[in-house]
Design a protein around this ligand. Structure first.
Ligand SMILES: NC(=O)c1ccc[n+]([C@@H]2O[C@H](COP(=O)([O-])OP(=O)(O)OC[C@H]3O[C@@H](n4cnc5c(N)ncnc54)[C@H](O)[C@@H]3O)[C@@H](O)[C@H]2O)c1
Length: 259
């Protein structure tokens, strides 16, 4: 077991993207990682097992409450404990209000908001029985500001509120709940959107997209005993985009005129 981290951590959406990055980092620290995804986690499972890591794979559609109960039962009977949960699985529908169909709206809310609700409800009793722990909900900067896709923004703002409420409720069981709000991160989710990325980067004071490792570092911190007094917090990891992006862009577009 790794010093300062829970012995067992469950990550949703672990097969790809940032979830897989969190899984690799935690496994390298000696944490037993439960990889959960709606798609097959076998390739990552094999990769991590080959490196000597302790991992298990779980088929999970986060929008299915019965599937959550099954996965938590699997972890209770195999690992016997759970000290960390990372609600990372998410989907994005980049559509404006008028173009958002009922199906878009429902799917986005069910995965991004209902999923973490079902997950925390199912996992919290096992975490309590394991002596407490930490839940990290992956929201977005779209859960802190207005965003062009209302379904995605509503789901992520909802997740921000859900995280804060759960933080207060679960504190009595020694469980902390915090949310991470990534900005523009270089993952397959944004691949191909070159014009969008180039325009976005002009508004990011850091001058670049973030890397998955920079989000993983925030997740590791919130899972670890270096953050034992953080509860109900929002950790924004965006290179200064939402705090300073507006004036960064204005100054860039009026180069020198403000001086
Ligand atoms: N990439 C970014 O720039 C960015 C920015 C802000 C927030 N986020 C958030 O970070 C999280 C991870 O994003 P990513 O870029 O790694 O995405 P990704 O698309 O690379 O990976 C998402 C994973 O979630 C899984 N998934 C989808 N629906 C699921 C379901 N119903 N049940 C279980 N698993 C499911 C997918 O199979 C996939 O493995 C998401 O919550 C996303 O909203 C991403």
């Amino acid at each position: 077991m790794s010093e300062g981290y829970p012995g067992v951590v469950l990550i949703t959406g672990a097969a790809n993207g940032m979830g897989a990055n969190h899984a690799r980092a935690l496994a390298a620290l000696g944490v037993h990682v439960c990889l959960a995804d709606i798609v097959d986690t076998a390739p990552l499972l094999a990769e991590l097992q080959a490196s000597g890591a302790s991992v298990s794979g779980h088929v999970l559609d986060v929008s299915d409450p019965a599937a959550w109960e099954r996965v938590i039962d699997e972890i209770r009977s195999s690992a016997g404990e759970l000290g960390g949960l990372v609600n990372n699985a998410g989907i994005s529908r980049r559509r404006g209000l008028a173009e958002t169909t009922d199906a878009d709206w429902e799917a986005t809310l069910r995965v991004n908001l209902f999923g973490p609700f079902y997950g925390m409800r199912a996992a919290a009793p096992l975490m309590r029985d394991s002596g407490g722990g930490a839940i990290v909900n992956i929201s977005s900067i779209a859960g802190r500001i207005g965003y062009f896709s209302p379904a995605y923004a509503a789901s992520k703002w909802g997740l921000t509120g859900l995280s804060k409420s759960a933080a207060g409720d679960l504190a009595r069981w020694g469980i902390r709940v915090n949310s991470v709000h990534p900005g523009l991160i270089d993952t397959p989710l944004v691949a191909g959107a070159d014009d969008f990325i180039a325009a976005s980067v002009r508004s990011i004071p850091a001058g670049r997209m973030g890397t998955p490792d920079e989000i993983t570092d925030a997740v590791l911190y919130l899972l670890s005993d270096r953050s034992t007094y953080l509860n109900g917090s929002e950790l924004t990891v965006d290179g200064g985009l939402i705090s300073n992006g507006l004036y960064h862009r204005i100054l860039a577009d009026t180069a020198g005129e403000h001086a």
